[in-house]
Design a protein around this ligand. Structure first.
Ligand SMILES: Cc1cc2nc3c(=O)[nH]c(=O)nc-3n(C[C@H](O)[C@H](O)[C@H](O)COP(=O)(O)OP(=O)(O)OC[C@H]3O[C@@H](n4cnc5c(N)ncnc54)[C@H](O)[C@@H]3O)c2cc1C
Ligand SMILES: NC(=O)c1ccc[n+]([C@@H]2O[C@H](COP(=O)([O-])OP(=O)(O)OC[C@H]3O[C@@H](n4cnc5c(N)ncnc54)[C@H](O)[C@@H]3O)[C@@H](O)[C@H]2O)c1
Length: 466
């Protein structure tokens, strides 16, 4: 089969692939972008956006349910789950359509190829076109791999036969609210989906192997998050080893797990597996191009996101490391600047902010206390209870805390903000870090009253050696 030549090939229409296609096309390169599924990748179709759209419905229901606390009497809200899902589907489709317009009509230098790509040789891809439309070979001196990840599914006896959901597939397409959702995995996906379904009206039980939920966080950050979620009626079973899953003739699912308190059998209607991610690198013929992976299948790259294969880069989740949309997007910037402008930037040096979109949110930037101790970075820490923030008292959102870490040079090392507007407050701390501000400059900043931002004045009040 003869191969069609391009200047650049991009595998995956994710958070790096789409903007990179456009930037390269703008610079005069002829680009083919190959996508096997929906345009937009996981963020648009089953990750960030659809979950936040449905979380917004869940949060609205909670607002109505708790309106009495502010003197507004409202009847128990009726959740029209099908309408919640329809709203998510509509907004998701709008995003896909927008991406399709950008890729197909906005630039004549971009060709969108619907199919699954794998390497046939160095700098050459074989594509099985979707809908049995045949095959193609494409070749280019530059190839960018942005193929992302899919849900990891642990080997548990009876799991396949009993049926389960992952965020990638069925969960966001459910038409009926689960009566009792069991979630395997108590990290970011587990807590966001847990609160979403609890507030929409499901019973929720989260099963986690670690001793704490979100175990990358300091335990005095994850514990308050757990307590907040427990107060809403979510049950957590920690240090649990799931052993067996079965489903009886009435459709009731039973998950059997070993726990420190002995064997537990948890019965539910649905099981969501949220136990991490696996890179989409299998069956991609990477070895034919000299591209290497680590033991988990993530593509190995150098500081410039280059693989050992000449002209081949890997961007986003598929290269391992923190898995966030804004990190994949920054990979795009790094590669764009290098390929088009000859400017290099080592991605190891960048900040990694993130937000867990529960209510209240957890916003995180920089070092945690555990990380600072492990890296032997001297620090002082101050934690301010959210109930002492004027704005929190006024709005009745007093749960959580704001915690800041300060180095010996008086500059911020990190922040953990578990409170209303946690993501936005964290981003203000990030900005201060980017500007190398000393904490005293934040303490003395004139900030409009009464805003959540005023916490910048007060967060450092209790600095103690950590
Ligand atoms: C439930 C959930 C919630 C999340 N929430 C957030 C959040 O709130 N904020 C945040 O920052 N991050 C969030 N994330 C993480 C975020 O979605 C990912 O980090 C990000 O989308 C990764 O983008 P990517 O471009 O690397 O990969 P992807 O978006 O996964 O794109 C990869 C694309 O490649 C395609 N592909 C794969 N193999 C091939 C092949 N062989 N040929 C052709 N095409 C192929 C796939 O179909 C896919 O479209 C969430 C993730 C999940 C699962
Ligand atoms: N708001 C956000 O930015 C956001 C939200 C959701 C997901 N994400 C991204 O998606 C990625 C995947 O999230 P995730 O929560 O699936 O994965 P994760 O890797 O963060 O956590 C997986 C959890 O499952 C547990 N686990 C593993 N095997 C288990 C088993 N057999 N039984 C019970 N528990 C088990 C682990 O101990 C861990 O706590 C994250 O790395 C994150 O970057 C981001």
């Amino acid at each position: 089969m003869s191969a069609t030549s391009y200047d650049a090939l991009i595998i995956g229409s994710g958070q790096a692939g789409n903007p990179l296609a456009y930037a390269l096309a703008e610079a005069g390169h002829r680009v083919a972008l190959i996508e096997s599924a929906h345009l937009g990748g996981s963020c648009v179709n089953y990750g960030c956006a659809p979950t936040k759209i449905m979380l917004a419905s869940a949060q609205r229901a909670h607002l109505v349910r708790t309106a009495g606390e502010l003197g507004i009497q409202a009847p128990e809200p009726v959740v029209d789950f099908a309408a919640v899902v329809a709203r998510k589907d509509r907004l998701t489709q709008n995003s896909r359509d927008g991406i399709e317009r950008n890729l197909t009509t906005a630039h004549p230098n971009i060709r969108l190829v619907r199919g699954r790509a794998r390497f046939a040789a160095p700098n050459t891809l074989h594509v099985d076109l979707n809908d049995a439309a045949g095959q193609e070979q494409l070749t280019a001196p530059l190839i960018f791999i942005n193929t992302g990840t899919h849900a990891a599914v642990p080997l548990i006896a009876g799991l396949e036969a009993s049926g389960y959901l992952t965020n990638d597939t069925l969960l966001l397409g459910l038409q009926q609210l689960p009566e009792h959702l069991i979630i395997l995995g108590g990290s970011y996906i587990g807590v966001e989906f847990g609160q979403m379904f609890r507030r929409l009206g499901s019973r929720v039980t989260v099963i986690e192997t670690s001793a704490t939920i979100m175990d990358r966080e300091d335990s005095d950050v994850s514990r308050p998050m757990q307590e907040l979620l427990e107060a809403e009626g979510i049950e957590f079973v920690l240090e649990a080893e799931a052993r067996h899953v079965s489903r009886n003739d009435e459709g009731v699912l039973t998950l059997t797990a070993d726990t420190p308190g002995g064997e537990r059998r948890i019965r539910g209607s649905h099981l969501l597996v949220a136990t991490g991610r696996v890179p989409n690198t299998l069956d991609m013929g990477l070895e034919l191009a000299g591209i290497e992976t680590d033991e988990d299948g993530y593509i190995l790259v150098d500081d410039d996101l280059r693989t050992p294969a000449k002209g081949v880069y890997a961007l986003g989740d598929v290269k391992g490391g923190p898995q966030f949309t804004h990190i994949t997007y920054d990979d795009y910037r790094i590669v764009r600047d290098q390929v088009l402008h000859g400017r290099a930037r080592d991605y190891h040096q960048r900040p990694v902010p993130y937000v867990v979109f529960t209510e209240p949110q957890l916003g995180r930037i920089g070092l945690s206390k555990d990380q600072a101790r492990k890296q032997k970075v001297p620090f002082r820490v101050s934690r301010l209870d959210a109930s002492t923030i004027g704005r929190a008292v006024e709005t009745g959102q007093t749960e959580g805390f704001v915690e800041v870490l300060v180095g010996d040079d008086d500059q911020l090392l990190g922040a953990a903000v578990l409170c209303e507007q946690g993501g936005e407050i964290m981003t203000m701390f990030q900005l201060a870090m980017a500007g190398n501000l000393r904490y005293q400059q934040l303490e003395n900043l004139i900030i409009a009253h009464p805003t959540w931002a005023e916490v910048l004045n007060n967060a450092f009040q209790k600095l103690e050696r950590g």
